[in-house]
Write a protein that binds this ligand. Structure first.
Ligand code: AQP
Length: 348
């Protein structure tokens, strides 16, 4: 981007931040592209901060009661998938006001031209761009604030967030240049694994998304075993058997998607899956995938259901996480106010 000039990067201690919107129930895409990776990062022993980004969710209309429910359900999914709130910081964004404070400052750093190029905005706004919220347009600037309020250095995400992370890097670089400081790290996206972009079960060219109007297009983390099996068996495919190498999947997006999902769930590479199922018909492959998906997802769903019996405990965990998050973000954002020249004379 034109205004962003690379400066030498000082060393920042490794810290992971990532978030998920409570804009619906979480999907297999969120699980494989994000949640599963979040747990792996926690297990690597790096400091991990994870957030239900409720302020992002309201960039499109959310029913207030449903938003609360989805935020708790998302937090339950994190814990059920293996996030330990004692080891990782787990909270909801709106409880730590440093995010929106820094978000405003970044609105004054980011350029209109940068934001206009965001493909997610174009996809979500569609032909309706005059009528969507200003928040939806500014979304990537708040996302940069989520990350940089903690001076996070690494951000595990699905492939769809790559462009937003490039913008986060540009904001950090421009802030550092404008104010002649080495204050913010230039973050590294962590986009790894066999399923960085899980596609819709109805259309292999479209991302699986929690807000897709068709429930058949996705596997929800709340789906029971029977529903998961049915959705996989009904997933759109082509009439050909599986090929014996990955090149054979090049123009077969639905088949490629199911192979990637299998690989990510099994912890294999797509090459291994193709080797094991070379020549198999979908009549054989789909039931195997359905059994694998049920075996991996059912324990998470059952644990989520158990945790959701006690919403007060989930709220307590989010509150305690927010206290820990605030303790990191507050001094960083206070330093930002100093750097940009705000008077801070209130006694606290
Ligand atoms: N289909 C996907 N494949 C791989 N990763 C995915 N992620 C989302 N969908 C897929 C990753 O999940 C994390 C959280 O995403 P988000 O909830 O903040 O928003 P999103 O990317 O816009 O996801 P959705 O499901 O499509 O939400 P809606 O429908 O509300 O817009 C991110 O790391 C994302 O990459």
């Amino acid at each position: 981007m034109a205004d962003a000039v690379q400066t030498p990067q000082p060393t920042f201690p490794p810290r992971i931040f990532s978030g998920i919107q409570p804009s619906g129930g979480l999907t297999l895409g969120n699980y494989l592209g994000a949640l599963k990776r979040f747990v792996e990062k926690q297990e690597e022993g790096i400091e991990t901060i994870y957030c239900m980004v409720d302020m992002h969710a309201i960039t499109v209309w959310q029913d207030p009661e449903k938003l609360r429910q989805q935020t708790r359900e998302g937090a339950a999914a994190f814990i059920a998938a293996g996030i330990d709130p004692a080891r990782s910081i787990l909270f909801n964004q709106s409880q730590v006001t440093a995010h929106v404070e820094l978000g405003w400052i970044f609105n004054c750093i980011a350029r209109m031209g940068w934001m206009s190029r965001m493909t997610q905005f174009k996809d979500k706004a569609g032909k309706n761009s005059e009528n969507v919220s200003l928040g939806l347009f500014a979304y990537p600037s708040l996302m940069a604030a989520d990350i940089l309020a903690y001076k996070a250095t690494h951000v595990p995400v699905g492939d769809d967030q790559k462009q937003h992370l490039e913008l986060c890097r540009d904001i950090a670089i421009k802030f550092n240049n404008d104010y002649k400081v080495d204050f913010f790290p230039v973050v590294e996206p962590v986009i790894e694994g066999a399923a960085t972009r899980v596609m819709s079960l109805r259309d292999g060219t479209k991302k699986m998304s929690k807000s897709d109007p068709s429930d058949q297009s996705r596997i929800n983390l709340t789906d029971d075993a029977d529903t998961i099996s049915k959705k996989i068996r009904k997933a759109k495919t082509d009439p050909e058997p599986l090929p014996d190498n990955l090149d054979g999947l090049k123009d077969r997006p639905e088949a490629r998607n199911l192979v990637n999902i299998y690989a990510a769930l099994a912890g294999h590479t797509p090459e291994q899956v193709i080797r094991d199922y070379a020549g198999a018909q979908f009549g054989t492959f789909k039931p195997a995938l359905a059994d694998l998906a049920v075996a991996k997802l059912e324990p998470i769903t059952l644990e989520m259901n158990r945790l959701m019996q006690d919403p007060a405990e989930i709220d307590r965990i989010l509150g305690a996480g927010a206290d820990r998050a605030e303790a990191i973000a507050r001094p960083i954002v206070d330093q930002v106010y100093d750097i940009v020249g705000m008077i801070r004379s209130r006694r606290r």
